[in-house]
Design a protein around this ligand. Sequence first.
Ligand code: AMP
Ligand code: DBH
Length: 565
Amino acid sequence: MSTENAVKPEWDPANKLYPPEFERRYREAGYWTDDTFAQLLDVAASQYGSNEAVVGLNWAGSEIRWTYKEVLDRAIDIGAQLSRAGVTVRSRVLVQLPNIADFVPVVAAIFRIGAIPLFSIPAHRRDALGSFIEAAEPVAIVTVGRYGDCDHRKLMRETLLETEYRPQVLVLAEDPLEFEVLDSPTDSVSVPRHTHTVPAAAPEPTELAFLQVSGGTTGVPKLIPRSHAAYHYTLRRSVEICNVTQATRFLVVIPCAHNFAMSSPGILSVLLAGGTVVMCPDPMPSTAFELVEREKITLVSLVPPLLMLWLAMSGKSAADLSSLEVINVGGAALAAEAAARVGPTFGCTLQQVFGMAEGLVNYTRLDDRSDVIINSQGYPLSPADEIKILNEDGTPTTEGEPGVLWTRGPYTIRGYLGGVGADSFDEEGFYCPGDIVRRLPSGHLRVEGRISDHINRAGEKISAEEIENHIVALPQVVDAAVVGVTDPRLGERSCAFIVAQPGKVISHSEINGYLRDRGLANYKIPDQTIVREHFPVTGVGKLSRRALRKELASIAEDQELGLRT
Ligand code: AMP
Ligand code: DBH
């Protein structure tokens, strides 16, 4: 034990993101380069200046089409405004913006002046925002006024009432090259345009580049420190693996600041390769389908609940979706039954992606056999990604058996900001996302669920995803979610929540008869079925099992009290 301690490197995770020996290793192998996000847009504009970079609506609803050169001009001007507002090198800027064109030049501007963006999504509310502000101490917040059903000015005012720390709130203003400073109506920050001479900052590649946000399935989201070198590597690999080129036209349907939308392959890989980012202002399939046709979209990233809607709506839409080459699906379990329908329905390739804002990203490869694409979530992006699959007691599982995933590698974090969540990291620096995975003979990983999603019915373990996979094969079903609820007799019993096709009815006995016909064991047959018009989702659109469990628990309690039958 003492010798082990003696060989431990001198390493302070609060100041350095990776231990020096790993830094050396990743640099020597060429995974880490000198590229930084401060220069990303300058480099892209010098290579692809006249390519279309960003298409979408701006915050005020006007149609935007910017070339790389135009985005860079804007980023320079916005950077000058931010500097005027007191944003300096290494200061943090919380960004909460919807899927609008302005997102790209704003983020590029923050990077360009060497400041550190913190990527919040529009669904974050006071509790999450307040915790980000306390933990990251941003000098400024960049947001919009009213957007959709949220008044972001009001949200920020209310958030700041509850925080000690007081960043300046900059709201995208009427003149797109001006910010309104919240609560000083006479104050706005503006600068002379085209301040072209301002050079980009030059941070160290191993420094903190930005803060991402964890999914926060337990408590408030944690902040994830990502470095230039590590993240740039994921983008270069994603460009290769996802075949992103200047011809790529990427539709951003999920919240643009989410790690998936940013990097797998995401907005930043598309910008690195000279392609076009098209912002979809809302996640409705009808809006997206129209944009796919109009903008000849080649690539889109979806979370499974959205893909289920796309599959259900495609036959009902007259839009021409034939430009789609790849639909990239990740963020949560995708039922194989649904995965199998992507090719035949859209005439394009499905790419599954199993990733996390903390690092590790797995992709199915575009040339994998279709049965592998349908039945797996891919394999790591890097040959240097290390994977351990362990039993809950920490012993290794037999090869091919499911177990708890632990990972370490050239772009997976070694700790959260402020050292919170330390129990997700082991002695060797491996990170545990809480997923149960199995390695298939081909080397691909299959996500079997999360540690907390398994239902324990009288000692028999039920995989929610296995049952869901069967149910979504029914033609009258759009989506299904199976969750457990406490039961006095069984410990836990199972309930199938179902979204039926509009106008279709489906009963508990129909579902159960069908599952029995498919040969499912009795204990796996849901004890209860509840039909819903739609499911509760998280900010990025993943199914919220937590909300369903809560609903189920309250129904069960009412039943016990005799308030419901
Ligand atoms: P987040 O904490 O928001 O970064 O979410 C990362 C988590 O989402 C992972 O640890 C998985 O639990 C889940 N996830 C992401 N992609 C997939 C996928 N393709 N299949 C199953 N689960 C996924
Ligand atoms: O869910 C995620 O966080 C996620 C999914 C796919 C992710 O961060 C990613 C790809 O990079």
